[in-house]
Design a protein around this ligand. Structure first.
Ligand SMILES: Cc1cc2nc3c(=O)[nH]c(=O)nc-3n(C[C@H](O)[C@H](O)[C@H](O)COP(=O)(O)O)c2cc1C
Length: 506
């Protein structure tokens, strides 16, 4: 028995004659039956012209040359593919980078909804999955020590900065993010009592106006603190560091989504204000160099870190994604030797996010967070300098369980970027780089930003932090520790096939 099958080639050949035929038929009907048929005449004439154009004029698309207007359907379906998959076909655990299950957890927290879920976990319990270990004797909540971490205490500086929650908002520049997104995050961070990293977007005007404690990020282009030649301008850094809201400085060497590449802000997203705050022209992609011109080897890099510490007077950290642990070990050895220590090291996993990056860098560069974090922690410990700096972990750490795992692997604090985007209502449309973000978080289009109401979103940020910190404390109690400082690999179940196998007792 033969089955029905759509032969697109035959269909397109029929369409080649049917479309002009229908134009002629509606023209005749318009003249003899009713004037209204002329609307159809216009429609089919336009379709005829389009079909001829696709088949005989344009040369770029083979499908359109061979199939004409029918071939266009393929492009329509392809462009609708992500939405169709997201809404109809993908199951709750298979979307990337964050599954619906993971996103829903953030949405519930941000909306202040009870996050209890019924029936059973939808996640893998496979042989590679790292899980938390509970204790037979959980810690009573009132015996749990409050979280407290002070950056800069190792150098004994007066400006040392203390946080009382393990989470901070990771670098996302104004430019990658829209103004209402930045303002919502800053206001939400202020109300939640956490710090926010400015990202490498230059003078943090909107961050400052909403009042959060800030970590100023100096990227390789040094937006906001650069001299005419693109090098660090000490006077500009001093002025910025003197602002009361400015709590720390971060020198960015690389990020997980595009290590070794530097930054990219597509020209579509450069408004007059962004150009002014960064000190760049409009109408051109803004590309940051892959490295700081001042830093060409380990010694010069450490000298530069020391210079920023001295000029700013603030705790100064560095951020990078690990490429080779051997190369990182060389750098850390030089650190031990020179006794110049950044006040923190933020490790960004290769799975980290970005506003825009070339695909090979997104997909194929950068050590994943877990082995990178564990590796750096172990090297620092072996060199007996683990107590000279702090470690911050970043890379898909969007909930308290993941925070706890990262702390157990050696981190002292957590950075999240996309967790906070989700709290703002990001629907993972994956349009961060082309100015068409449908919820206005990464778009500067007035009509798209319109949907992002700062007062409402700031509250969501606050509630996300509040709910996640609540979970974190509960989790600590269940593991049986009395403070986050006690967490170690023994608080994790690391199965034999996991990437960290052998790092703890079975
Ligand atoms: C929209 C967006 C913009 C970002 N901009 C920066 C930036 O300016 N500087 C930087 O060091 N990292 C930037 N990042 C990377 C994040 O700070 C973070 O390191 C990375 O996304 C991992 O955290 P996550 O998995 O919680 O998103 C950006 C990430 C996103 C999603």
């Amino acid at each position: 028995m033969s089955t029905a099958k759509v032969d697109l080639h035959r269909l397109s050949r029929v369409a080649n004659w049917a479309i002009p035929g229908l134009a002629v038929a509606s023209l005749v009907a318009g003249m003899t039956v009713s004037f209204w048929f002329h609307f159809l005449t216009v429609f089919f004439l336009l379709l005829t012209v389009m079909n001829l154009f696709y088949r005989f004029v344009q040369t770029r698309h083979t499908i359109l040359r061979n199939f004409g207007a029918i071939g266009q359907l393929r492009y329509v379906m392809e462009s609708l593919g992500p939405e169709l998959r997201q809404y109809f076909f993908s199951n709750d655990t298979e979307e990337r980078p964050f599954s619906r299950v993971e996103r829903a957890e953030v949405y519930r927290k941000a909306k202040g909804i009870d996050a209890a879920v019924a029936f059973g976990s939808q996640l893998e319990f496979g042989p590679k999955e790292i899980k938390l270990r509970h204790s037979m004797y959980p810690t009573p909540h009132d015996e749990l020590e409050p979280f407290r971490l002070t950056f800069g205490e190792e150098r004994g500086i007066a400006s040392a900065y203390t946080i009382d929650k393990p989470i901070m908002i990771s670098a996302m520049s104004f430019g990658a993010l829209s103004e209402p997104a930045v303002r919502s995050l800053s206001r939400g961070a202020k109300h939640a009592g956490i710090a926010m990293n400015t990202g490498e977007g230059g003078w943090p005007k909107h961050h400052l106006e909403e009042g959060a404690d800030l970590i100023f990020q100096m990227g390789t282009a040094k937006f906001g603190v650069r001299d005419e030649g693109g090098l660090l301008d000490d006077a500009k850094l001093r002025k910025l560091a003197a602002l009361p809201q400015m709590k720390m400085i971060e020198i960015k060497f690389s990020q997980g989504a595009k290590p070794g590449k530097g930054g990219l802000l597509p020209k579509e997203k450069i408004t007059a204000e962004i150009a002014e705050l960064r000190g760049v022209p409009m109408g051109e992609d803004v590309v940051s160099p892959p490295s700081h011109p001042e830093c060409y080897d380990n010694a010069s890099t450490l000298e530069f870190i020391q210079r920023v510490q001295e000029v700013s007077g603030l705790p100064t950290g560095i951020k990078f994604c690990v490429g080779s642990l051997d190369q990182t070990a060389e750098f850390l050895r030089e650190m031990a030797h020179s006794k110049i220590f950044p006040d923190y090291i933020a490790i960004d996993g290769g799975e980290g996010g970005t506003g825009a990056a070339p695909k090979p860098y997104l997909d194929s560069f950068g050590m994943p967070l877990m082995p990178a974090l564990r590796g750096v922690h172990t090297i620092l410990t072996d060199l007996e300098i683990r107590d000279r700096t702090k470690l911050i972990a970043a890379g898909k750490l969007i909930g308290a369980a993941k925070w706890t795992m990262a702390l157990a692997m050696g981190a002292d604090a957590i950075y999240s970027a996309r967790g906070f985007m989700l709290a703002l209502g990001c629907i993972q449309a994956l349009h961060c780089g082309d100015n068409t973000c449908p919820v206005g978080i990464t778009s500067h289009d007035r009509t798209l930003k319109h949907g992002l109401v700062i007062s409402d979103k700031a509250q969501r940020v606050q509630q996300y932090v509040h709910g996640s910190v609540h979970d974190f404390e509960e989790i600590l109690c269940s593991t049986g520790v009395k403070s986050a400082r006690e967490l170690c690999m023994d608080n994790l179940y690391v199965p034999p096939q996991s990437i960290l196998a052998g790092e703890n007792r079975a």
